[in-house]
Write a protein that binds this ligand. Structure first.
Ligand code: F6R
Length: 366
């Protein structure tokens, strides 16, 4: 049942190229200068009536929603908020018939996410769902539905659901931006081509996991980890940090790299592991400074960067590279490295990778 793999998690990590391809198939086509979102009724007229988008989800799906906020705002210039479902549902959120609420849920059964969907619907918002489970509660109750075609996810730690949720966020952002004339066809093509290449780029990473395994075997005993990043890298940092803590039980925090010196840097000491994400070229120099700051306090720094940024090797202790691409899509490749890192560290520590303590795959109670 694990197809020759030792755990479901590593099997599912390796299923990501297929999940990404399947999720894009018939939606992002080479010859089409638009996103084909079949039954989704987000045409120009509907979108012009919407002045606010709220993305609601929990856990890993929430992290996909943060990337969603970033790309929708960047491409379509509509204000977006991303909220944790358990907070959203109890704060009397400001939404009405001019709001679009996007709920993201792998299982489609998470209690808080479902309650948030129902609340938003009652307030008159248009509801769009992104889910992996056909016929799930979230799928049935939404106005518009976009499936992630990741296939069944068994491991408690979400991997292929996340990367396919990311693809959906990009497709929605591009679709809205095109409908509202906020991007040119050239820009659309540039992002589309990059997205269509992500399955190969992920394969490239999956074909070369030796360095990541070696890294895990060296560092599995670390007690404190910080994931730093700016812009899109910060959201990937959050997801990488969650993956590590949930399956390896290592204390880990994610911080926007520029926020570190407002308090958290006090926790950096000799031997603290810092994973510095530096894939955003416009923020690259800033990350170099942040790496120097933590290095000066004794941190061991693993950096992740684009292939064309080799001088990062002068400041970080170790560097992993993602296949070169436009900055906007780097969360899809960067997270794969972080998933593998969490997995191999968990294995090295002898943890129950697929069924981490205290966790359930689907949280159907509050
Ligand atoms: C983490 C993880 C959880 C889920 C969260 C939401 O690896 O799997 O954080 O992402 O419980 O679950 P869904 O997406 O089913 O609503």
């Amino acid at each position: 049942e694990k197809g020759g793999y030792r755990h479901f998690m590593i099997k599912e990590i390796h299923e990501q190229p297929k999940g990404l391809r399947d999720t894009m198939t018939s939606r992002l086509m080479e010859e089409k200068d638009q996103v084909i979102l079949d039954k989704i009724k987000l045409d120009k007229k509907t979108l012009e009536n919407i002045n606010r988008i709220v993305i609601v989800a929990c856990g890993t799906a929430y992290h996909a929603g943060l990337v969603g906020k970033y790309v929708i705002e960047r491409f379509a210039r509509i204000p977006v908020e991303t909220e944790v479902a358990s907070e959203f549902r109890y704060k009397n959120p400001i939404i009405d018939q001019h709001s679009l609420v996007i709920v993201i849920s792998q299982s489609g059964e998470t209690a808080d996410t479902l309650a948030a969907l129902r609340l938003a619907k009652k307030k008159g918002a248009r509801i769009m769902a992104i889910t992996n489970v056909v016929g799930s509660s979230v799928a049935r109750e939404a106005d518009d539905l976009l499936y992630t075609w990741a296939g069944p996810e068994i491991a408690v730690a979400s991997t292929k659901a996340y990367s396919t949720q990311l693809i959906c966020m990009y497709m929605i952002a591009l679709h809205i931006a095109l409908q509202l004339d906020k991007i040119t066809v050239e820009f659309f093509k540039k992002v589309k081509d990059a997205l269509r290449k992500t399955p190969q780029m992920v394969e490239e990473i999956l074909d070369n996991t030796h360095d990541i395994q070696r890294f895990a075997d060296h560092h599995f005993n670390v007690q404190n980890t910080f994931f730093l990043g700016r812009g899109l890298d910060y959201y990937t940092a959050l997801e990488g940090s969650l993956k590590l803590k949930e399956i390896s039980y290592i204390h880990s925090e994610a911080y926007p790299a520029g926020e570190l010196k407002h308090g958290t840097i006090a926790l950096i000491e000799e031997g603290t592991l810092v994973v510095a994400l530096a894939t955003q070229r416009e923020l690259y120099e800033k990350l170099l400074s942040n790496i120097k700051e933590v290095k000066a306090r004794g941190a061991h720094v693993l950096a992740i960067a684009q292939g064309d940024k080799k001088d990062i090797e002068k400041v970080a202790d170790e560097v992993f590279y993602i296949p070169e691409a436009i900055d906007e899509i780097s969360p899809i490749t960067t997270v794969i490295i972080l998933q593998l890192m969490a997995y191999y560290i968990s294995v090295a520590r002898g943890c129950d990778v697929d069924k981490p303590r205290n966790l359930a795959k689907s949280v159907t109670v509050e």
